[in-house]
Ligand binder design. Structure first.
Ligand code: DGJ
Length: 381
């Protein structure tokens, strides 16, 4: 009893001290507006993801710089912390690019996108995965990077980069994939979508069997049983792969599924609501916005049933000029969910803003409506 009281007091004190550290400037979200951190600087964490750890939220994202060079990684992955999701403390760079080794996988100038961090209870390690394009390869390396840290604030140490599931067939492999075709030797340039013909008829899965599968836009999802999954755009962006991670979250088990085959889905976000799995993502049009997509499934492995564009109202066909990055359960609410997206500014990426909006449901279909301003009371009127 005494122990519980002592732990409770310590936690309350930490939370109190933490709250004092934050300048509580905001009590609402203002989608698309400049969002200042505790130093009055616009938050710089694009293509981001959230981690809730011991009552504190951590926001990890791409640190962008001015001019179009800022679409490549000049600095690394930025991390912010918050106790209320409105007010964010700049905690600095969680993963730095490497400055003095031009051959390093994450050398300055590589492309490092959509970092996500999950916590491994068994190893007490924070594990970051991100989409990596080696410097100078445009979007053709299509690799997954892994970094770890013993603290949510980092510094994270780069572990490795891989092409997923080398010499492994997915659960739903077809016989035609196993036929060694001569036809598809060349790599397609990254054009933001579209192949000359259906991905299976040119067998991109089979083409990449020996080298490992391509992995671009990505997210991580940890299920209630602690199993983690890496979900990424593969096969020249035509098809998503859902890939199970090992217990330490550092590798693939080799079990994976092809989903939304030839649908060109990007910007994946996965969440669970009332025992069902939901997907929100985008089409594939580079930095230009397009209509978001949604889907539901009884199992992480599918079958996934598409539910159409979750956005509604003016500009819904452009996801309110943004692209999904994460969906977060809203604190202090029973079923509240927050849709998080990026309004990209490819010519001056540092100016990119964030679109956070509440998700409601029409039956089992997620619905996202625009608000100039809203706060958590939306979920608890
Ligand atoms: C859209 C993706 O969602 C972004 O992460 C980025 O890869 C751009 N395409 C590049 O054009």
């Amino acid at each position: 009893m005494m122990n519980k009281l002592a732990i409770w007091s310590a936690c309350s004190l930490t939370f109190f001290l933490y709250t004092c550290k934050t300048d509580l400037k905001y009590n609402a979200f203002y989608p698309g507006q400049v969002w200042e951190d505790n130093n009055g600087v616009h938050i710089n964490a694009h293509g981001g993801g959230m981690l809730l750890h011991k009552g504190i939220y951590y926001w990890y994202g791409e640190h962008k710089v001015a001019t179009s060079i800022g679409n490549s990684a000049q600095v690394g992955v930025h991390v912010y912390s918050s106790s209320d999701l409105y007010n964010w403390i700049d905690e600095g760079i969680a993963l730095n690019v490497i400055e003095n080794d031009t051959l390093h996988d994450i050398t300055k100038g590589c492309i490092l996108e959509r970092p996500k961090v999950i916590y491994n209870e068994k190893s007490k390690t924070f594990v970051m995965w991100f989409h990596l394009e080696r410097k100078g390869t445009s979007y053709s390396s299509a690799r997954s990077g892994v970094a770890t840290s013993s603290s949510p604030l980092g510094p994270f140490t780069f572990v490795k980069s891989v092409r997923p599931n080398k010499e492994q067939w997915p659960i739903n492999v077809l016989d035609i994939h196993k036929i060694n075709k001569e036809s598809e030797k060349n790599n397609h340039d990254f054009t933001g979508g579209s192949l000359p013909t259906h991905t299976d008829s040119i067998n991109i899965l089979g083409r990449d069997f020996k080298t490992g599968q391509m992995a671009r836009d990505m997210t991580l999802f940890v299920d209630d049983d602690g199993k983690a999954y890496h979900i990424f755009a593969s096969e020249e962006n035509s098809t998503l792969h859902i890939s199970e991670l090992t217990d330490d979250y550092l590798d693939y088990t080799g079990k994976y599924m092809r989903v939304f085959i030839d649908r060109f889905m990007e910007a994946p976000a996965i969440f669970k609501q009332n025992g069902k799995y939901y997907f929100i993502g985008s089409g594939c049009t580079g930095w230009e916005p397009n209509a978001a997509r949604s889907a539901v499934s009884e199992s992480i492995w599918g079958p996934w049933v598409e539910l159409g564009n979750p956005c509604t109202g003016p500009d819904s066909q452009f996801t309110f000029h943004s692209q999904s990055t994460y969906v977060l359960p809203a604190p202090g609410t029973k079923n509240g969910l927050i849709f998080m997206a990026d309004r990209w500014q490819p010519n001056n990426p540092i100016d990119g803003t964030y679109i956070w909006l509440p998700i409601t449901f029409d039956g089992e279909k997620p619905v996202i409506e625009w608000f100039d301003q809203w706060n958590m009371n939306y979920f608890n009127p």
